[in-house]
Write a protein that binds this ligand. Sequence first.
Ligand code: AHM
Ligand code: MG
Length: 331
Amino acid sequence: MQPTRRVLTLDEFTIQELRQFPAATGELSGLLRDIGLASKRINVEVNKAGLVDDILGDAGAVNVQGEDVKKLDLFANNQLISVLRNGIYCAGVASEENDEVIVFDDEVSNRSKYVVLMDPLDGSSNIDVNTSIGTIFSVYRRVSQLGLPCTMEDFLQPGLKLVAAGYVIYGSSTMLVYATRRGVNGFTLDPSIGEFCLSHRRIQCPAIGNIYSVNNGNYYDFDQNVRNYIELCQRGSYTQRYVGSMVADIHRNLIKGGIFMYPGTVAKPKGKLRLLYECNPMAFITEVAGGLATDGTRRVLEVAPTELHQRSPLFLGSKEMMEELGGMLAG
Ligand code: AHM
Ligand code: MG
């Protein structure tokens, strides 16, 4: 008899991981399952974005069910918030799409020990041209008292306190990649059964690669040290790849080896990317995979945030490339 091929689903994998920790409660696995569910719903809409006018249309249109139609990024935001609100594992959410934090504040949620921060649909300017986009999420353990509503302090934690972080990439296939301190694992959506299946176990970022990813259009606005590094890449045996969707750019570099940069510019010294929703989760995933992540002077994960939507320059990727960059940025 042929041996049966055994593919682990996301749920099976997290349950198996749990078994190794008898004290674990399964709440983190539950949270990941909820995020997986929301991302499957988002995936369905992303896949038909080119077909359905009212998904691409402006917020304010009305669809056949008579519901208000949101743009795809608002749809993604609403899906994630609803799933996390309906679940029992999350006390509140901070989203790139919302000015303020959303505190669930009900009896069950107030007993939940986690809060989630997210960029529901990153790179959404790429939707109209059928290029990869992604969802980015971070999970922190609350520092406020269980039983009471979560507070701003729970969200303004440095990346070093992350319990888990991940992204979903809506690409040529859809993948969910998440990291805990134990490792980074990737799951590819099998559309025939609607499940994320373990496809990339224990992802390790190669210590060296040959890809550098940066928006070269900003070259003359970068600091001289950053320009010097880019020139080094141009003169050396590197190749430039830049989708302009950080989930896609970082995912590729994580697998193949490379460096991703979004430096500050003269006009925007802190760059474009948000510390809490974009930089920290990607820095955490990269570091767990063996790479490095800085804001040009210090480890991203050590930065103590002061505001929900603050921005930060970001440099991350393969360890040896980051060390070379670090030497050059130090001048
Ligand atoms: P968004 O959150 O508005 O989608 O912007 C974030 C995106 C990143 O995915 C990407 O790395 C960056 O913006 C690209 O910016 P630029 O076009 O300036 O290179
Ligand atoms: Mg974004």
